[in-house]
Design a protein around this ligand. Structure first.
Ligand code: SAM
Length: 467
């Protein structure tokens, strides 16, 4: 026995189960009644809201309204049709209380912004109805947005689209373009994991967040027009500090491309237009590609801050992963960084024999590694040992190790995790290894919080402070 709307449709099923209203098993009368009173008992009296029904394409917003909208997405859900299921029953009981709302036969359909082919005479006409209507609704918001707070609009990604086309996917670019043409400047994009309660590390996935909150402000009337070269210069100036802020906020590497779009689009949509060499306005899709290229450059540049052993390991890993490579090639790579292969071997990052060199896997490194007693603790070791400890011994043990690594070096360890995630994702196509680095950043806030509760009693022993 279960609810009718297991998904957002009324399924046609050929068999059914009937609950005995007098028993105590699932679906019984008293259990159903209890769900209702428990919900009512938990209503918070202070949070009384007012609801009005109005078409978003023409609704007059109150002055200084703060707009936050979760619009429908193409043909995902037939809200009005599904509402009729309840409407006919609700009408019987509460029509005297809401006479205007229930004065009609069924829920309003014509203004509904859903791309329903059977209502609009075909797929193409349905899509036009949806896109035009959505543009009108967003323009209506932009016109009436106040300056006191930005508007927020939710956008749900189709995972398949992102998988096939990446971050500049057609659906997303079309939506962003509509928002900008409606008169908004997009000043932020915050990824949200709305449909996955378990943590990324537990589910072991690099899946992108499924929704993004667009933060929008009304575009200035006197906005300038700039060239492609000027746009790229502005991106190079403004994106790195914005990405550094996202990194400081521990936005996970998998979410970084979506988050970086915000500040990048902030630059793009600040202007009336960005003109290409042929004087045509740049499309949002091209802008997204340029923003992504800047992010890539930023992540690449992190390499410069690593110690020589780590720089060697990062480059070697990019070329060979955990596979064996020629000693001669390793020798050249090490010399270019002012070190020798033997130095890196001594640091227990790599091993070598019979003319071959390879990086030690996390299950091959010394589980008792202590940065306090290691005469040359490297960022590479810090990162790999943290992941190993996190995966094998849990967050508390990883927090203890983080404490020993020290807050200053920990920041560079975090940079390496971002860098290696990018290497795994773009250059090595190794999703499993990428998950390890994503997982580390996903719990970074918790680890640093836990590490702060650990009290160092002497050089080699630490205990957790009691509160
Ligand atoms: C993604 S849902 C919002 C869900 C909501 N955030 C919640 O948690 O219940 C989109 C909503 O937009 C409504 N909608 C569709 N066309 C509309 C229109 N023209 N004007 C106003 N609302 C509309 C749908 O009925 C649906 O309730």
């Amino acid at each position: 026995m279960r609810n009718t709307f297991g998904r957002q449709a009324i399924p046609m099923v050929w068999d059914y189960a009937e609950a005995n209203p007098y028993c105590s098993s699932s679906g019984n009368w008293t259990a159903m009644r209890d769900w209702v009173w428990k919900t009512i008992a938990n209503f918070v009296p202070a949070s009384i809201g007012t609801e009005i029904q109005h078409d978003a394409q023409s609704v007059p917003y109150p002055e200084n309204a703060i707009i936050s909208s979760d619009p429908p997405y193409y043909d995902n859900i037939g809200y009005a049709d599904l509402s009729d299921f309840f409407f006919c029953w609700a009408k019987l009981s509460i029509k005297p209380i809401f006479p205007d709302l229930f004065g009609v036969l069924a829920t309003p359909k014509s203004e509904e912004l859903v791309a329903t082919p059977y209502r609009h005479g075909g797929k193409e006409a349905a899509e036009i109805h949806f896109l035009d209507g959505m543009s009108r609704a967003i323009a209506n918001m932009a016109r009436q947005s106040s300056d006191i707070a930005p508007a927020t609009i939710y956008y749900a990604f189709k995972q398949s689209e992102i998988k096939d086309e990446g971050i500049s996917s057609t659906g997303w670019a079309t939506f962003l373009q509509a928002v900008i043409e409606a008169g908004y400047a997009v000043v932020g994009t915050w990824p949200m994991r709305t449909e996955m309660a378990n943590r990324m590390i537990a589910s072991g996935t690099n899946a992108l967040a499924n929704s993004v909150v667009l933060v929008c402000r009304k575009k200035q009337d006197d906005a300038d027009t700039i060239t492609r070269a000027e746009f790229i210069r502005a991106l190079k100036r403004e994106l790195p500090p914005a990405i550094a802020d996202l990194k400081a906020a521990n936005v996970s590497p998998a979410d970084m491309p979506q988050s970086a779009i915000g500040p990048g689009m902030g630059v793009f949509s600040r202007y009336k237009a960005v003109l290409e060499a042929d004087d045509c306005p740049m499309s949002v899709k091209t802008a997204l590609q340029l923003i992504n290229a800047e992010l890539d450059e930023f992540l690449n540049d992190l390499h410069g801050d690593f110690d020589p052993d780590t720089r060697f390991a990062a480059t070697w890993f990019q070329q060979n992963g955990y596979d064996k490579g020629e000693y001669g090639a390793a020798d050249n790579l090490a010399r270019a960084r002012g070190i020798s292969v033997e130095n890196v071997k001594h640091a227990e990052i790599i091993d070598s024999s019979a003319g071959k060199v390879w990086i030690l896997k996390r299950d091959e490194i010394d589980p008792d590694w202590d940065p306090g007693t290691d005469d040359n603790p490297t960022i590479w070791e810090g990162c790999q040992h943290l992941i190993r400890t996190l995966e094998n011994d849990g967050e508390m043990a990883a927090a203890e190790l983080l404490k020993k690594i020290g807050s200053e070096r920990a920041e560079t360890v975090k940079d390496l995790a971002y860098y290696l995630y990018d290497v795994c994702g773009h250059k090595r196509q190794d999703a499993k290894e990428a998950t390890a680095y994503n997982g580390l950043i996903a719990v970074w806030t918790d680890l640093t919080r836990l590490a702060a509760t650990i009290h160092v009693t002497d050089k080699n022993r630490q205990t957790r402070m009691e509160f």
